[in-house]
Design a protein around this ligand. Structure first.
Ligand SMILES: [Zn+2]
Length: 251
């Protein structure tokens, strides 16, 4: 049975000189990976990883705190677009950005990156820390079409509507095993719009530990248990969902 860790950051392991081991472990456990680079200076390194490893795919985005650099990011992503499968993560962070003028700038960058994804017909991975409701409002008022909300920490009632009525996808991270909020999210999201992720190196099953893409199985098993589903059957549904959204993986 195959599975895709729809969101993590492999360049972290590259810096730590442990990348090959991490990718090999994933391969052994039938885990494919969408790795997201969120700083323009990491874009090439992330692309090199996906060129070298058949089970790794690249998404390029911009850290929510780097909104001042959105023009550089857009120019670079446009140049590299034929080799990537998605744009992201992009988004807004109300936990770390409190000032309203700064939040406006962050939103502007978010909107510009959404427009780029629309122009390039690529799905987007959205970061929305403490800003789930606002992020979805912005997405609804822009040209966003293929939306993946990652590690969503907003209300499950919002996720229920966004997955069922707007067709947005939500990925459940491996921290679901210790997060009542994420467990609630699992029950709210339409099953045809459920994905799994690790967000490695963060959001490990055990708080504070380093995460790895193989833990995407931990996320999947937890989701299966919460929903009272058979693991294999759920793995198949989640894989189908992932390939429906990330069309370039299948081609
Ligand atoms: Zn992330």
């Amino acid at each position: 049975m195959r599975i895709i860790d729809t969101h993590c950051h492999l360049t972290f392991f590259l810096k730590e000189n442990r990348l090959d081991q991490i990718v090999k472990n994933a391969e052994k456990q039938n885990v494919a990976i969408i790795s997201s680079a969120i700083l323009p200076e990491e874009y090439n390194a992330n692309l090199d990883i996906s060129t070298k490893h058949a089970n790794v795919f690249t998404s390029l985005g911009l850290d929510a705190l780097e909104y001042d650099r959105f023009e550089t990011a857009i120019e670079r992503i446009r140049d590299l677009s034929s080799d990537i499968i998605a744009i992201g993560e992009i988004g807004i962070d109300h936990y770390l950005v409190r000032d309203h003028k700064e939040r406006d700038k962050q939103e502007l960058a978010f909107r510009e990156l959404i427009a780029l994804a629309h122009e390039l017909s690529l799905p987007i991975q959205v970061h929305s820390r403490s800003a789930g409701k606002r992020a979805i409002e912005i997405l609804r008022n822009t040209s966003a079409d293929n939306v993946h909300m990652h590690a969503f920490d907003g209300k499950s009632s919002i996720a229920r509507v966004a997955s069922r009525d707007y067709g947005y996808y939500f990925s459940i991270p491996s921290s679901v095993v210790r997060s009542p909020q994420k467990q609630k999210l699992v029950r709210a999201v339409d099953i045809e719009h459920l994905l799994v992720e690790t967000d490695s190196p963060v959001l490990a099953p055990i708080r504070g530990e380093e995460n790895a893409p193989t833990n995407v199985w931990t996320a999947l098993k937890a989701v299966a248990e919460i929903l009272g589903r058979n693991v294999d059957e759920l793995a198949e549904i989640v894989l189908e969902n992932t390939l429906r959204l990330y069309k370039k993986i299948g081609t």
